[in-house]
Design a protein around this ligand. Structure first.
Ligand code: 5GP
Ligand code: ZN
Length: 115
């Protein structure tokens, strides 16, 4: 399977990792949209939220907790941050391996300004 983020999991494409364990990898986004912009991905290939199964509930919940952990380590705990998942064409999803964006380090535009 030709998946960019599976290659980041395998290490065949380099990334600036901030966290890794047996289930999850987190790394800096290559084109940051905020002073801090990191991605959290499960090592398991799930294309998007549309493909998440009931059995993935624990893994996806764990991704959220890893997002919290790396946000804290990046110094974002006090001032806050945003966790985003894009699903499908209307959202602008470009990499079809499910991921959470963790954005912060400045006052982010309100969600209402995103259209
Ligand atoms: P999406 O639009 O699918 O939710 O977000 C995909 C994200 O992956 C984008 O923010 C994009 O900048 C990031 N990205 C794309 N290719 C690479 C890459 O090779 N390395 C890293 N670290 N991030 C990437
Ligand atoms: Zn993948």
């Amino acid at each position: 399977m030709d998946c960019l983020f599976c290659k980041i999991v395998e290490g065949t494409i380099p990334s600036r990792k901030v966290y890794e364990d047996d289930r999850v990898v987190a790394f800096h986004d290559i084109q940051p949209q905020a002073p801090v912009h990191m991605l959290v991905i499960p090592k398991k290939h799930i294309a998007s939220m549309n493909d998440a199964a009931d059995d993935d509930a624990q893994l996806l919940g764990y991704c959220l907790l890893v997002a919290k952990k790396i946000a804290k380590e990046a110094g974002l705990e006090e001032k806050g941050y945003r966790i985003v998942n894009n699903c499908g064409p209307d959202s602008g999803q470009i990499v079809f391996h499910i991921h959470l964006h963790v954005l912060g380090g400045e006052k982010l535009a309100p969600l209402g300004n995103t259209h």
